[in-house]
Structure formats: structure tokens, C-alpha cells
Design a binder for this molecule. Structure first.
Ligand code: NAP
Length: 403
């Protein structure tokens, strides 16, 4: 009896140890399948923040396919390690709008050339400030600038260049968001204080990631129609990278590896969820979709409609703060060919509050509890590697769970 208990524990222990590698292998295999299906004659992908973490892993996995890469990195030397002839590395400092504009020009040339096939821009670079630090030279906080204003300028500027040059290949834009956006308190008052330069939201990371979604919701139609840029957003889940943990001592980081491996997704899984959003049949025919992993969780254009007033104010602020118009020849922003105006705002403030925050947060809480319940219940099947059993259980649970 004791012996068999020991045997079972040993098997479970070994299975637990190998489970992250198994997940990693599965993610790599799935990405290969998607690439086979969707790359076409020649793929071209631009990734920001590819010198470590999820961006670096995504670049590594894409290198094995018919995809050429343009990597925008703060530290080009770190990104150069392991690069090859199909990879161009360019300096990109999201804290500097001139650098963003230069990179957008490069990205434009890169995406419009080559044979037909996959074209994708991944706004991956991100930052999470632990304590309120210095302002950038433009007067905003670093987190806001790196997570929202930089990607905003890069994408909007690129769309204008593409429209002017009448590009022939449509491209997708994948904005890397975060599940933390549901903790955001971003509202008109906060946005007013951001505009006035009195920034003290206390939730800069969550707020800036929510801003990414609101911008996508309100601008994706215009970006698609005018610039052939189909913007989507993805939340990669909790991934085992050093993101936001730079202050953790190296030794502690090293020692916590086994726990992190069990609790968090591997970088390959994170990279897969980001790439999958652009490697779909409708990646360049639909716009404004929000994915968690490979699952579509929201149509941002519809779901965030009640927040349109806030989104429009946000976009106007971002355009002013990044000097988008002067940089792109003084052309105003528009939605579907019409200028943004107050008459575009169909919702009242009360309606916005009632819907946007409560509804979205509830859906995010119930999604999370649903995911956790599912994961716990199917863990034995996942560990033992019995895939069909895990799938069956998941199907059953989906019918069962009350939320
Ligand atoms: N890890 C997670 O659990 C998780 C969860 C949800 C969402 N995300 C999102 O996923 C994305 C990638 O995260 P990660 O986990 O891979 O983080 P990471 O390992 O910290 O990588 C972040 C990347 O962004 C780059 N970056 C930071 N500041 C920059 C700047 N001023 N200009 C240009 N590049 C800059 C970094 O470059 P340096 O290395 O040179 O600083 C790095 O390459 C982020 O947008 C993050 O918000 C991550």
C-alpha cells in the first residue's frame, strides 16, 4: 500500500515536472501549424520589444518559418544574439516620439515590400512602473508612454503612410494588452488630469492597457478602411517572464523557477496567443477583436461602444500628446471617413458608467473563475497527458459551470 502510494506520488511528481515542457512543445507545434496555413509566399512581421520575454520568444519561433522579421528594440545588441539574415533589428525607444516615427517609416517600407503573404505588426513592448518615477520629456509617465502613446503613434502614423502609398497587402496589428485592464479606473476625471499633466492614477499599468483597448475599439474601423491595417488585441495571460519583476534579486528569481514553471504559462504559450490573433482566416478582414489565448472574448467595437465618449477623448489626447497630425502632414483623425466630433458620441455619461465598468468587470471575474475551475478540475488529465480525456472533461465542464 505504502509502496504503491510512493509510486503514484513519484509518477505525479515527474508528470508535474515535465508538464511545462509538454505545454511548451504543444504551443510550438500549434504555432508551426498556424504558420504553415497562413504565411503564404512570404511573411513579414514587425515586433516591438523583442530583446527579451514574450517578444524574443515570438521572434525565435517565427525565425524557423518563411517569415522575415523587423525587430524594434531598445537594446539592439541583446536582440542581435541569435538573429539571422531574415531578421532586421532596429533601434526603437518608445519614450522618444521621433524614434517611434523613424521606426514607423522603416516598418512601412518593410511591410509593403516582398511577395504576398502574412503582414503583421505586434505592439508587444511593455513596461510596468512599480513606483511613480520621472516624467518623460513630453510630460507623461513612462508606463503611459511605453504602453499606449508609443504604440498609438507607431500604428496611426503607419496607417497614414500606408494610405498615402496605397499598399497592396493588408496587415494585422496585434496590440498586446493585459487581463489587468479590468482593474482600471480610467474615466473622464482621470483622463482630464492626464491631459492637464497631473498624473496620479495609481493604476498606470491597468489604465494604459485599457487605453489600448479603447483606442482599438474606436479607431480600428478607420485604420482598416484607410490604411488596410486590421487592429486586434490579445491578453497573453500570466507568462513566466521577468516583466515587472526587475527588482527581484537574481538568486530569488532563479530559485523560484520551479514554482513559476507550474503556475505561469511558458513564453512559447504567450507567443502563440499573440501570433494566433494574426494567423487566422479573418485577421485581415475583421477588426477590433479581443482574444485571450486563442479564444475570442470580445468584439471591442461593439462591447466598448458605451465607452465611446471616453475613447474619443483618449484618442484626441493621444494624437495631441504625440503630435500625430503635424508628424503626418496635418491630417485630422477620422472614423470611417468622418471627422471625430461630439455628434459621434451616441451615449450619455450615465449609460457609459452603467455598462462599461460593471458589465465588463463582472464578465472578467466570471471568466477568470470559470477558467480557474476548469483548470483545477482537468489538472489530473493534463498531467497524465491524456489529451482526449482533458478535452472531454472540458466540454462537460463548459455545460456544467453556472457562470
Ligand atoms: N508577462 C506577463 O505575464 C504578461 C501578462 C500580460 C501582458 N503582458 C504584456 O506582454 C508584453 C511583453 O511582456 P513580457 O512579459 O515579454 O515583458 P518583458 O520581458 O519585460 O519585455 C518587455 C519588452 O519591452 C521592451 N521595452 C520596455 N521599455 C521600452 C521602451 N522604452 N522602448 C522600447 N522597448 C521597450 C523591453 O526592452 P528592454 O529589455 O530593453 O527593457 C522588452 O523587450 C507587454 O506589453 C506586457 O504588458 C505580459
Amino acid at each position: 500500500m505504502r509502496k504503491s502510494a510512493l509510486g503514484i506520488s513519484a509518477i505525479l511528481g515527474v508528470a508535474l515536472l515535465f508538464e511545462p515542457w509538454w505545454r511548451r512543445w504543444r504551443a510550438e507545434r500549434r504555432l508551426k501549424e498556424l504558420l504553415e496555413e497562413h504565411v503564404g509566399a512570404e511573411g513579414r512581421v514587425v515586433i516591438t520589444g523583442a530583446d527579451r520575454g514574450i517578444g524574443k520568444e515570438l521572434a525565435r519561433l517565427l525565425r524557423h518559418s518563411r517569415v522575415s522579421l523587423l525587430l524594434g528594440c531598445l537594446s539592439t545588441s541583446a536582440a542581435e544574439a541569435g538573429s539571422d539574415a531574415k531578421t532586421a533589428i532596429s533601434n526603437l525607444e518608445l519614450l522618444d516620439f521621433d524614434s517611434v516615427q523613424r521606426f514607423a517609416e522603416e516598418a512601412h517600407e518593410f511591410l509593403r515590400e516582398g511577395k504576398p503573404g502574412l503582414r503583421m505588426l505586434v505592439n508587444n513592448a511593455g513596461y510596468k512602473e512599480r513606483h511613480e518615477g520621472d516624467r518623460t520629456k513630453y510630460g507623461t509617465g513612462r508606463t503611459w508612454q511605453i504602453n499606449f502613446l508609443g504604440p498609438f503613434l507607431l500604428t496611426e502614423f503607419l496607417a497614414r503612410r500606408r494610405e498615402r502609398d496605397e499598399v497592396q497587402y493588408p496587415a494585422s496589428v496585434i496590440n498586446v494588452a493585459s487581463g489587468h485592464e479590468s482593474e482600471s479606473n480610467l474615466n473622464k476625471v482621470l483622463l482630464d488630469s492626464l491631459e492637464a499633466g497631473v498624473e496620479a492614477t495609481g493604476h498606470d499599468y491597468a489604465d494604459s492597457k485599457r487605453a489600448l483597448l479603447l483606442w482599438t475599439s474606436v479607431r480600428s474601423q478607420s485604420l482598416a478602411l484607410k490604411g488596410e491595417l486590421y487592429a486586434h488585441a490579445v491578453s497573453p495571460g500570466k507568462v513566466d517572464t521577468r516583466f515587472g519583476c526587475d527588482e527581484v534579486p537574481d538568486l530569488l528569481w532563479f530559485l523560484s523557477k520551479p514554482v513559476r514553471m507550474c503556475l505561469f504559462r511558458t513564453t512559447a504559450e504567450g507567443a502563440l496567443s499573440i501570433a494566433a490573433a494574426g494567423l487566422r482566416q479573418h485577421a485581415t478582414s475583421k477588426f477590433g477583436q479581443y482574444f485571450r489565448g486563442e479564444e475570442l472574448v470580445e468584439d471591442l467595437v461593439v462591447w466598448r461602444m458605451p465607452e465611446k465618449r471616453l475613447s474619443v477623448q483618449l484618442v484626441r489626447w493621444a494624437a495631441r500628446a504625440s503630435a500625430l497630425e503635424p508628424r503626418s502632414g496635418g491630417r485630422p483623425l477620422d472614423i470611417g471617413g468622418r471627422s471625430l466630433s461630439v455628434s459621434d458620441l451616441l451615449v450619455e455619461q450615465g449609460e457609459e458608467d452603467r455598462w462599461s465598468s460593471a458589465e465588463r468587470r463582472w464578465s472578467s471575474v466570471s471568466n477568470l473563475s470559470r477558467q480557474v475551475s476548469e483548470e483545477i478540475l482537468i489538472l489530473p488529465a493534463r498531467i497524465s497527458g491524456i489529451r482526449w480525456l482533458a478535452i472531454r472533461l472540458r466540454e462537460r465542464l463548459l455545460r456544467w459551470l453556472p457562470f
